[in-house]
Write a protein that binds this ligand. Structure first.
Ligand SMILES: Nc1nc2c(ncn2[C@@H]2O[C@H](COP(=O)(O)OP(=O)(O)OP(=O)(O)O)[C@@H](O)[C@H]2O)c(=O)[nH]1
Ligand SMILES: [Mg+2]
Length: 201
């Protein structure tokens, strides 16, 4: 068929594309997470953490870290043949906060990655999405492979609404990151449907 839109008589579905942010504090594994699931070579904007930056770049807890995101990460994943996610990883350091508004434009939802050794680092991200009513899910990145806290502990500590999904994950594992993405998409869809209902009723 013309333009290759039909294959063996079966109409091809135009996939829905959704924008999802991957946010969180410094060094929680945002770049790792986008890289683990992306089916295209992820776009990265990493710069070396230098001696000069030592006074402002707090690497406590992530001493092995040598680079940091200075603009964004970008990746893509097909969740289903009719559903494609474009992933935008935010920079984690406070001095790049001005980029968040740009990145958040048009986002359906967000993943806030959390390292339970430095839980307070994600407060700002949680606050950011709550204030803008952007639905989000928490991905608890279990750095050494073992969860130190239950999802309920994390929910309580972050004072999250009951419907916010909290999912344990390993940012280096594709299937694990996929679970967090599915959770945020489901949550965002429910949120959108509820909002539509409240507008029309
Ligand atoms: N052991 C372990 N290491 C991880 C995990 N996730 C990320 N790392 C490591 O942690 C470090 C930080 O990961 P990044 O993905 O650069 O973190 P980021 O959140 O993008 O950092 P910024 O962009 O600087 O805020 C890297 O050295 C990763 O290899 C994990 O689940 N387990
Ligand atoms: Mg990064």
């Amino acid at each position: 068929m013309a333009f290759g839109r039909f294959e063996r008589g079966k109409p091809q579905v135009e996939p829905v594309t959704l924008k999802i942010l991957v946010a969180g504090g410094f060094g929680v594994g945002k770049t790792t997470c986008v890289g683990a699931v992306s089916e295209i070579r992820p776009l990265r904007t990493e710069e070396l953490l230098t001696e000069a930056g030592r006074p402002v770049d707090d690497t406590t807890g992530v001493e092995q870290k040598h680079t940091t995101t200075v603009a964004m990460d970008f990746g893509r994943i097909t969740l289903r043949e009719d559903l494609v996610l474009y992933l935008f990883g935010t920079p984690g350091q406070d001095r790049f906060w001005f980029l968040w508004d740009e990145l958040a434009t048009g986002a359906l939802g967000a993943v806030v990655l959390v390292d339970t050794r430095r839980l307070e680092d994600c407060f700002a991200a949680v606050d950011y999405f709550e204030r803008r009513s952007i639905p989000f899910a928490i991905g608890v990145n279990c750095f050494d492979g073992a969860a130190r806290h239950s999802t309920e502990d994390v929910r309580r500590a972050l004072d999250l609404d009951t419907e916010v999904p909290v999912v344990l994950c390993d940012a280096r594992e594709r299937e694990s990151v996929k679970e967090v993405l599915v959770a945020v998409v489901r949550h965002a869809m429910t949120y959108a449907a509820d909002r539509e209902r409240s507008v029309t009723t």
